[in-house]
Design a protein. Structure first.
Length: 136
């Protein structure tokens, strides 16, 4: 993973490259875009705060946090990834059914999954089993 606090070298990465920022107890992911917004590279994301699709300037996505570059997970061309991402404009955000991780997987034509959601579900199951075991 590449770590960056600024837009340094992000234009060398293809549109559709997955980036992430840490927000307290979860990571928010998005896609590097294919044009400028207020002089910065755009980021396409699916946000709970925005209740769905948002195309924003890099700094708005980063919110002063360190941005990590995850890479380009699929084999679709960048133009197709951008098109598929923009097709989600107007779809409602759902933490369980369609969150930022589902969004980047969908855009890349990959199976829609949310590794963080799966991890939280697993932890919830473990906690539930522990509570049950303590009460038994």
């Amino acid at each position: 993973m590449i770590h960056t606090n600024i837009q340094q070298n992000i234009w060398e990465l293809p549109a559709g490259t997955v980036i992430r920022v840490r927000h307290d107890w979860y990571d928010h992911v998005g896609l590097l875009g294919d044009h400028l917004i207020v002089g910065e590279r755009s980021v396409l994301a699916f946000s709970a705060k925005e209740q769905g699709f948002v195309e924003q300037a890099f700094h708005a996505f980063a919110q002063g946090r360190q941005v990590r570059v995850d890479g380009y997970p699929g084999s679709l061309p960048p133009a197709i990834v951008m098109h598929r991402a923009r097709l989600k404009r107007g779809q409602a955000y759902s933490w369980v059914n369609f969150n930022c991780e589902h969004f980047v997987h969908y855009a890349h034509g990959l199976p829609m999954e949310s590794p963080q959601l799966r991890q939280w579900a697993f932890l919830g199951s473990v906690v539930g089993l522990l509570v049950f075991a303590v009460r038994a």
